[in-house]
Design a protein around this ligand. Structure first.
Ligand code: HMG
Ligand code: MG
Length: 300
C-alpha cells in the first residue's frame, strides 16, 4: 500500500544554487526560501557552512541565515562538513544540520578532501556535538547508485557507510544518486538492503535524493514510495548539481514530484501553483529555462 503522506525535503536553495555559475544575491536567496515556505514546504535546506573557496556560491551563509525565520513553521537545515562548519552553524542559531558523506573513495577525495575511511573521523564530532545541542542531524551518502570515476558502487558499501552514520547518532539518512544513473530496480535493492539491517525505511529514517541526469528521477521516486520511503528530496524547478561531481545535473523537480503525489492521492502539503510561480521567478533571475516539465506546463 502507498503511504498516506510523503514529506518533501526541499533542496533548491542549497543543491540548486551551489551549482549555478553566477552568485545569487543574498536578498534573492532569502526571498526564494520564504516563497518556498509560503508554498507549504516544511523542510527547506537553506545553505552550506562549507569552505567558502570550495563553494563561493554559498559564501554568504551567515548573512543569509541571519535573515531567515529560524523559528517559523519550516525547518531550515544547512550542510556542515566538519566541526568548523558546525561552530559556524551553531553561532548562527541553526537548529538542523546535515553532514554529507561519500560511498566511494574518489568522491570522498574530490568533495571532502578526505578518504572513504577518514571522513567518519571528520563527521563523528559533528554528529555527537550537534545531537548534544539538541539538533536534528541528517546524513547524506553520495554516489550510492554509481560513481563517475569508479563506475558501479556495491550496495554493501552504501549500507556500511550509511549504517556508520546512523550508529554515530544521525537522525536521518539521505541516499543520493548524485549523478542520476539509478533505475527503479536499484532503488528497490537499496531499500531492501537497509531494511535488512534494521533501518526504518517506512519511518522516515531513510530518505532518497535523486538527480535527473538520465531522466530517471521521477520513476525512481515512485519506486522509492512503493518500497516504503516516506521522505523524498526534491528541488524547485529542478535546479541542482554538485560542482565536484562530473556529469551531475539537476535534482528531481519538486513540481514533478508534487504532481505525481497529488495524482496518487498522497498528501504533501504544497500549493503547486505558488511553487511553479516561485520556480518561474527563480529561472528568470538565473536567466534560464525551467528544467521541470510541470513548471513549463503550468507557467502562466
Ligand atoms: P580542507 O581544505 O581539507 O579543509 O577542506 P581543512 O580542514 O584542511 O582546513 C583548511 C582551512 O579551511 C582552515 O583555515 C580551516 O579553518 C578552513 P586556515 O586554518 O587555513 O585559515 N575551513 C573552513 N572554513 C569555513 N568553513 C568550514 C571550513 N572547514 C575548514 N566549514 C572541506 C575540507 C570539507 C572543508 C572542503 O572539502 C569543503 O568545504 N567541501 C565542501 C564541498 C561541497 O560543499 N560540495 C557540495 C555539497 S555535497 C552535494 O552536493 C551532494 C548532495 O547533494 C547529495 C548528492 O547529490 O549525492 C548533498
Ligand atoms: Mg545533490
Amino acid at each position: 500500500a502507498l503511504p498516506r503522506r510523503v514529506q518533501i525535503y526541499e533542496v533548491g536553495p542549497r543543491d540548486g544554487l551551489q551549482n549555478e555559475a553566477g552568485i545569487v544575491p543574498t536578498a534573492v536567496k532569502r526571498e526564494f526560501i520564504e516563497r518556498l515556505v509560503a508554498a507549504g514546504l516544511r523542510t527547506v535546506e537553506a545553505t552550506s557552512f562549507v569552505h567558502p573557496a570550495w563553494v563561493p556560491q554559498l559564501a554568504d551563509a551567515e548573512e543569509l541565515v541571519a535573515q531567515l525565520p529560524l523559528s517559523g513553521p519550516a525547518s531550515l537545515p544547512v550542510l556542515v562538513p566538519n566541526e568548523r562548519g558546525l561552530d559556524r552553524a551553531l553561532a548562527a542559531g541553526v537548529r538542523h544540520v546535515a553532514v554529507f558523506a561519500s560511498a566511494t573513495e574518489t568522491f570522498a577525495r574530490k568533495n571532502l578532501n578526505s578518504t572513504l575511511d577518514s571522513q567518519f573521523a571528520m563527521f563523528e564530532p559533528v554528529v555527537v556535538r550537534a545531537r548534544e545541542a539538541g539538533l536534528d542531524v541528517r546524513a547524506y551518502v553520495s554516489m550510492c547508485f554509481g560513481d563517475p570515476w569508479e563506475g558501479s558502487v556495491p550496495v554493501d558499501q552504501v549500507v556500511t557507510t550509511g549504517k556508520r552514520l546512523l550508529d554515530m547518532g544521525a537522525t536521518q539518512l539521505s541516499i543520493g544518486d548524485t549523478i542520476g544513473v539509478g533505475t527503479p530496480g536499484h532503488v528497490a535493492t537499496i531499500c531492501d538492503a537497509f531494511a535488512g539491517v534494521g533501518v526504518g525505511v517506512g519511518s522516515g529514517e531513510l530518505a532518497m535524493h535523486f538527480h535527473d541526469t538520465y531522466g530517471q528521477a521521477l520513476s525512481n521516486a515512485l519506486a522509492a514510495i512503493q518500497n516504503g520511503i516516506v521522505c523524498l528530496d526534491a528541488s524547485a524547478g529542478g535546479l541542482g548539481g554538485c560542482p565536484y561531481a562530473e556529469s551531475s545535473t539537476g535534482n528531481l523537480a519538486t513540481e514533478d514530484l508534487v504532481w505525481m503525489l497529488t495524482g496518487l492521492g498522497i498528501e504533501h502539503g504544497v500549493d503547486l501553483q505558488s511553487l511553479v510561480d516561485t520556480s518561474v521567478w527563480m529561472a528568470g533571475v538565473l536567466g534560464k529555462e525551467p528544467a521541470s516539465a510541470v513548471v513549463r506546463a503550468l507557467r502562466t
